[in-house]
Design a protein around this ligand. Structure first.
Ligand SMILES: Cc1cc2nc3c(=O)[nH]c(=O)nc-3n(C[C@H](O)[C@H](O)[C@H](O)COP(=O)(O)O)c2cc1C
Length: 142
């Protein structure tokens, strides 16, 4: 299955996760602003950080939904707040319901806002991707 990992990352944590995913499953990474021609891919993993509730991945999904038809789409939001947090649910709901019902969605641990390098290194662990990777590798339903 030909897969691309499309990401938007202001502070490099989402970029790091995108690279780890790509290495693990044999995909290519494409920065969101350069993701123009998607026709050669069967599966797209769309990732971004979360910034005061705004997730660039939601806008990307809305704008590109027409060209994503027939492809498997997995969205991975990165953020400091847990998936169970009310604010995380609100940002997830910015993805239109018709799109939400057709994609697999994860929210994973991002960096504490404005954390220093050392703290980021402690927070941004490849193991934070365990659920996502096992889903992508078909090992569980995520
Ligand atoms: C200004 C700002 C606002 C943020 N707002 C949220 C938020 O609403 N929800 C959340 O889960 N994380 C929030 N975060 C945390 C970021 O999503 C987190 O640091 C993430 O790792 C950033 O991804 P990036 O390094 O790829 O840009 C915020 C961070 C900053 C700097």
């Amino acid at each position: 299955m030909k897969t691309a990992v499309i990401y938007h990352s202001f502070f490099h944590t989402t970029e790091q996760y995108a690279k780890w995913i790509a290495e693990e499953i044999g995909a290519e990474t494409i920065p969101m602003r350069k993701a123009k021609n998607l026709s050669g891919f069967d599966r797209l993993i769309i990732m971004s950080g979360t910034y005061a509730g705004w997730m660039p991945l939601a806008g990307f999904l809305r704008k590109n939904w027409g060209r994503l038809q027939g492809k498997e789409v997995v969205a991975v939001a990165v953020g400091a707040l847990s998936e169970a947090d009310t604010a995380s649910k609100t940002s997830y709901q910015k993805i239109p319901p018709a799109i939400r019902s057709r994609i697999k969605y994860f929210k994973i641990r991002g960096a504490t806002p404005f954390a220093g390098k050392e703290q980021r290194q402690q927070e941004i662990l490849k193991s934070n991707l365990d659920r996502v990777l096992s889903y992508l590798k078909g090992e569980s339903a995520g």
